[in-house]
Design a binder for this molecule. Structure first.
Ligand SMILES: C[S@@+](CC[C@H](N)C(=O)[O-])C[C@H]1O[C@@H](n2cnc3c(N)ncnc32)[C@H](O)[C@@H]1O
Length: 299
């Protein structure tokens, strides 16, 4: 949905834009193509591998950090007046997914790592070896929609008492006893997704990012978010609609709704049938766009 993201940003050639999920730089390159000589693009990525893709362009700056630090970093770089558009293409990049040593993929045997930031404290192995059975079950249920999360968590805890889990194959060998072969890959992917979301604190980080986005955008600036998980999409949808994560509207004394954004459209944009056919990841993508309002409640 590259074109839809660009349309959502409605790029002003001399504007300042932020791509908080730089990855392989595909979206950033397309944004730079739309910018004139005065335009600026600031990108974030917490994965040090992404630095190898940094673009050689004087209008471009890559901040090698978690986007939960976006607002302060933009001020530090001199953009106190706000930026014109912010893009987030959430989740894991194909590079991260395709490198077995990162531990994100069920397709390779690699270390149980799953950290997007290689310097972060907690790996997937640490989470699975140290957390309580209840916490593991809750993560599998909340972030992976694993309906039998309790017996799966119990099996993980039983196995780790023999020897700590170290590799993706250690985890898969526990999971394979729970599902028949035809649906195994889907089940493994759901469990890996759940552990990854927990290890990278993706939901909490998204909440902080959404709050900061409304502080960092100019009035009329665009927030464009592509998410791949129903919990993420719900947070984005609620925040754009109401300025809160539970969707509760905040009203002032006179009953005016206070919210930072006006959502563009009531439904998310999804990938075309053709894109879904060639890019399986796009099948779960939901794109939402918000326009920063003048003042909360003042459209
Ligand atoms: C789906 S990929 C983005 C792909 C990118 N749009 C492109 O065109 O190549 C997501 C990227 O965002 C990064 N990322 C995810 N969460 C992040 C966070 N909280 N802070 C900084 N980077 C993050 C990941 O490391 C990954 O490289």
């Amino acid at each position: 949905m590259l074109q839809e993201c660009l349309d959502g940003l409605a790029i002003n050639p001399s504007g300042v834009y932020v791509d908080v999920t730089f990855g392989g730089g595909g979206h950033s390159r397309a944004i730079l193509e739309k910018l004139g000589p005065e335009g600026k693009l600031i990108a974030f990525d917490q994965d040090k591998d992404a630095q190898a893709n940094a673009l050689d362009d004087e209008r471009f700056t890559l901040v090698p950090m978690n986007f939960k630090f976006m607002a302060n970093q933009l001020k530090y770089l001199g953009y106190e007046e706000g930026v014109d558009g912010i893009l987030a293409d959430l989740g894991v990049s194909s590079h991260q997914f395709d490198v077995g040593e990162r531990g994100f993929s069920t397709r390779f045997d690699g270390p149980l790592d799953m950290r997007m930031n290689q310097n972060a404290d907690q790996t997937a192995a640490q989470f699975l070896n140290k957390s309580s059975q209840e916490d593991i079950a809750s993560v599998l249920y909340k972030y992976g929609e694993i309906t039998n999360s309790r017996p799966v968590a119990a099996a993980i805890v039983a196995k780790r008492s023999e020897a700590p889990l170290k590799t993706t194959q250690d985890l898969i060998s526990i999971l394979e006893t729970f599902v028949p072969a035809p649906v195994r890959n889907k089940f493994y992917a759901q469990v890996f997704q759940a552990v990854r979301i927990e290890v990278n604190q993706e939901i909490r980080v998204l909440e902080r990012f959404l709050e900061q986005s409304s502080q960092s955008l100019k009035i009329g600036g665009k927030l464009v978010v592509m998410s791949y998980h129903s919990l993420e999409d719900r947070l984005v949808k609620n925040y754009l609609k109401s300025g809160s994560f539970d969707g509760e509207l905040d009203k002032d004394f006179f009953g005016n709704v206070r919210r930072p954004y006006k959502p563009q459209g009531s439904k998310p944009t999804i990938a075309s049938a053709e894109e879904q056919r060639v890019n399986t990841r796009s099948r779960s993508a939901k794109l939402r766009i918000g326009v920063k309002l003048k003042e909360a409640g003042n459209e």
